[in-house]
Write a protein that binds this ligand. Structure first.
Ligand SMILES: Nc1ncnc2c1ncn2[C@@H]1O[C@H](COP(=O)(O)OP(=O)(O)OP(=O)(O)O)[C@@H](O)[C@H]1O
Ligand SMILES: [Mg+2]
Length: 391
């Protein structure tokens, strides 16, 4: 680490104050002259600059060298993880037109717990308890959200709730997760060498993971054809498996997995893939970065193991975040509410004597009134097929 710190001091000296500031989560350079930081969830431009494009490129080259990679005109893209866990992404000219684009996502010190997420207003106590129940009951779960919405952070929190008696296999592109549980094995993909040989993909790792007696499999980010392998693993007795994916609603998350799964095996008919996905995935947890910079879980939804004649998934929101206003400072104010829908696995909650009684799914009166109003409006407009595509 010492060596790396030296090179930060030399090559990244202009942005070092921000790298050292705990309130800053990301440093973004759009060419040498335009630098932004993300502080408490919001972006701001900062009054520092690299001397010139060469200086910025030297910094990126140095980082690349440090992690054993090369960046130059022929290899203008870098995606790497630093020894301290920070994630660095860079694109060099000619692909980046304004000069080198660099993003450093700092590794947040100490991974948060459910209590931290509750205190930050990212989730309510009740909704967190419900997710705990889902983890205990080994429900297969997908965390869905946009870039930087907090998917990985949430996966860390949920993963750490897995009972310590179970063996957990974690598969990632660039190791990022730090799940606190007793029995966990970490695996990471491998880049090909200079001759394009020796690559190990997420698909390869899921296949070998299945031979390593996992109870549960966690895939850090599903963004390729491995979606099919994860779904298959979930369908074949690795209950309680998890992954994250980029999507804006729970419904879109399933569609995205479907698209990814088809990339790998286009011989499987789409109807079959949909059936497998709806059978494999029990829950989708949607997380969002809101306008005020906060991250919130906006929906916790159950996926029913059925698709209709049009091939649509059946999704039911169990909890939702409902915005109720904004403070004069622009902070979003709202509540996490149960929608009144009782999950199909309620009997499992009861026979396992889990402390989550039915009444907890009752929505507050104001929410019921709001829903009734919305329903009558939809009726008036003559629309709405009520398929539960909520955000
Ligand atoms: N609940 C939260 N409240 C406030 N900040 C959060 C929360 N969750 C994550 N963050 C911060 O948001 C940033 C992005 O988090 P994270 O890496 O978990 O997102 P991600 O969705 O996995 O991103 P990517 O799409 O790049 O993989 C980090 O700086 C993290 O510290
Ligand atoms: Mg992530």
């Amino acid at each position: 680490m010492g060596v790396f710190e030296d090179s930060v001091n030399t090559f990244l000296a202009v942005v070092k104050p921000y790298l050292d500031d705990d309130a800053v989560s990301e440093v973004l350079c759009n060419g040498p002259q335009e630098i932004f930081i993300e502080k408490r969830g919001l972006l701001e431009k900062v009054p520092v600059q690299f001397k010139d494009e060469q200086a910025l490129q030297a910094a990126v080259r140095n980082i690349a060298q440090f992690v054993g990679r090369t960046v130059d005109e022929d290899n203008p893209i870098l995606d790497a993880r630093l020894p301290d866990g920070s994630r660095v992404a860079a694109v060099l000219p000619p692909c980046s037109r304004k000069g080198t684009t660099l993003s450093i996502r700092k590794f947040s010190k100490g991974s948060p717990s459910f209590v931290d997420l509750i205190n930050r207003g990212s989730i309510s106590k009740e909704a967190a308890r419900f997710l705990d129940v889902c983890i205990y009951l080994a429900k297969n779960l997908i965390i869905s959200g946009g870039t930087g919405s907090g998917k990985t952070t949430l996966l860390n929190v949920l993963g750490s709730r897995i009972p310590g008696t179970q063996r957990l296999l974690i598969i990632e592109d660039a190791s990022e997760l730090k799940i606190k549980t007793d029995h966990v094995v970490y695996m990471e993909t491998k880049h090909p060498d200079a001759f394009g040989k020796g690559a190990v993909t997420i698909r390869d790792l899921i296949k070998s993971a299945l031979r390593l007696r996992p109870d549960r499999i966690v895939v850090g980010e599903v963004r390729g054809s491995e979606a099919m392998d994860l779904v298959t693993a979930m369908n074949t007795g690795h209950g309680g498996s998890m992954g994250t994916t980029h999507a804006n609603t729970p419904y879109d998350a399933l569609v995205r997995l479907e698209t990814l799964a088809m990339m790998g095996d286009s011989n499987v008919p789409v109807a079959a893939i949909r059936r497998q996905i709806s059978a494999a995935i029990h829950m989708v947890v949607q997380i969002k970065r809101l306008d005020d910079g906060s991250r919130k879980i906006t929906a916790i939804s159950e996926v029913l193991p059925e698709v209709d004649e049009q091939g649509r998934y059946s999704i039911r929101d169990i909890f939702r975040f409902v915005q109720r206003g904004k403070t004069p400072e622009g902070k979003i104010v709202g509540e996490f509410v149960p929608t009144g829908y009782i999950p199909t696995f309620m009997h499992e909650i009861e026979i396992n004597r889990l402390p989550f009684p039915r009444e907890r799914f009752n929505p507050p009166d104001w929410y019921k009134a709001q829903m009734a109003r919305e329903e009558s409006q939809t009726k008036k407009l003559g629309g709405g097929h009520g398929s539960g595509h909520a955000a």
